[in-house]
Design a protein around this ligand. Structure first.
Ligand SMILES: [Zn+2]
Length: 466
């Protein structure tokens, strides 16, 4: 039997409580909707890495630390979902508007890459040219004059002119002009952040697709991610000073942001429909497993918090999950869904086992207990005063969120205590339950430590859930 195509579609930054805006467009395509799906992190790279490795961030390692922030975080594991599928005869395509989901950041083993920037920028020099200049500079003992001479000798006249222009600061000026006029006029940025180009590129792929090999396609759509306006509204540093945040992000601004956020979701949803139309026209829709999921959510000022990247609030880590099974798949259906959770770490095994066995098993997605991790602020921030410095220290702690039997706790590991425990109105939080939540945290820490060090038997013994 022919293997199914696999489409992993990530609607970056889509919160679970806004998933209905997409669901209304998906029902007719035969999707199943899963509630209580939990991401492993509140930002892009660790969450995607969990989907590709099947592990939590502390195990796969692609997360921020004190020294390493977003731009330096790389997925270094070599046993990815894409690796497995390439080895199983799949033709792999990565189409991403998110620069952190790219070859450079470790998302490897695709046969074709279409990588674009959701945040357009004009660069006089390409990354490879930067590398060439910096290695020449090293060879020439740091002398720029010698570098230019060496480049002229190699006949790289255009590079000499462009690096000269960059040196006198023209890159920044070109970038501003590019964003201000060209991008806004031509691409309708920031409303459109690349999905049109992704679909155009995929349309081309389908024109030449020979159908000999099944497809594995990962797409990351960035429309729902900030910025929502050309002017900067969601400044990350506001998280360091809640009183300043309250002044800037007034209820009126929050409403405006949420309205823009919803419009982006509706737009992206239409693009996803366009993709399905394209798959139907090419006869590939029915034979495809299609997973639509998000990597994290977004905060718009509630509790003095904005954006994503550090907080483990539900708005940040509860994500929508919709799955369409290949036509004729004898999917094993989970009957006991209530009160259980799906960690996005489970997607990897679910896809892999489904392909191996020739049928997908929904029951493998569910767990009684799931987790998410935060390793502190994921970007470099510069506290401007003592208030901000103290707040930064407070945020820069290793925290674990645990979801268990309807309760949710956020645990600060260095302080060895829960910051908060939320329980549904009909469930009482007893002392016994608090102890149970703590026991789950301990088991998680032991398991992740064991898995990280490759002690699989210990990991099995300590596994917090079946
Ligand atoms: Zn993201």
């Amino acid at each position: 039997m022919q293997k199914p195509n696999v489409f992993l579609i990530i609607l970056d930054t889509l919160r679970e409580d806004h998933g209905h805006l997409v669901w209304s467009d998906l029902e007719e395509f035969g999707f199943r909707r899963y509630e209580d799906a939990i991401s492993t992190s509140s930002w892009t790279t660790p969450a995607h890495a969990s989907m590709f490795t099947g592990h939590y961030p502390s195990v796969h390692g692609a997360h921020a630390t004190d020294e390493r922030k977003v731009d330096e975080v790389r997925l270094r594991r070599r046993d990815l979902l894409s690796t497995y599928l390439a080895g199983s005869g799949y033709e792999n395509h990565l189409l991403s508007a998110n620069p952190y989901i790219s070859r450079l950041f470790g998302f490897r083993d695709f046969h074709h890459y279409y990588e674009i920037m959701y945040n357009p920028s004009f660069k006089l020099l390409r990354p490879a040219e930067w590398e060439e200049i910096s290695s020449l500079k090293e060879e020439c003992g740091g002398s720029m004059v010698k570098v230019l001479k060496a480049l002229l000798k190699r006949g790289r006249y255009s590079l000499v002119i462009r690096s000269g222009m960059d040196k006198v600061g023209l890159s920044r000026a070109c970038d501003l002009l590019y964003q201000k006029f060209y991008v806004k006029q031509v691409y309708n940025w920031p409303f459109e952040k690349g999905s049109k180009r992704i679909l155009r590129s995929f349309r081309k792929t389908m024109r030449t697709y020979r159908k000999e090999r099944p497809l594995f396609v990962t797409m990351n759509f960035m429309e729902v991610h900030e910025p929502y306006f050309a002017e900067k509204v969601m400044e990350y540093n506001l998280n360091l000073d809640p009183s300043r945040l309250r002044k800037v992000i007034t209820p009126r601004v929050t409403d405006r942001l949420l309205e823009a956020y919803r419009k982006e979701i509706v737009y992206t949803s239409a693009k996803v429909r366009e993709l399905f139309q394209l798959l139907r026209e090419s006869g590939q829709f029915d034979r495809s497993l299609v997973i639509i999921v998000s990597d994290h959510g977004q905060l718009f000022g509630r509790k003095g918090r904005i954006g994503h990247g550090v907080f483990l609030d539900d708005e940040c880590i509860r994500v929508p999950l919709f799955i369409k099974y290949p036509l004729g798949d004898r999917t094993v259906i989970e009957k006991e869904r209530s009160g259980r959770y799906i960690s996005i770490t489970k997607l990897r095994g679910f896809i892999q086992e489904g392909i191996q066995r020739g049928r997908f098993d929904e029951t493998t997605l569910f767990d009684d207990t799931v987790f998410a991790e935060s390793f502190g602020i994921n970007i470099r921030v510069d506290p401007g005063n003592d208030v901000e410095r103290r707040r930064k220290e407070e945020l820069d702690k290793y925290r674990i969120a645990v979801y268990h039997k309807g309760h949710k706790g956020i645990f600060s590991v260095p302080e060895w205590k829960f910051d908060s425990i939320e329980s549904p109105p009909d469930l009482e939080l007893t002392r016994g339950m608090e102890d149970e939540l703590k026991a789950q945290i301990v088991r998680f820490l032991k398991t992740s430590r064991a898995e990280k060090h490759g002690i699989s038997t210990l990991a099995k013994k300590m596994k917090p859930h079946p």
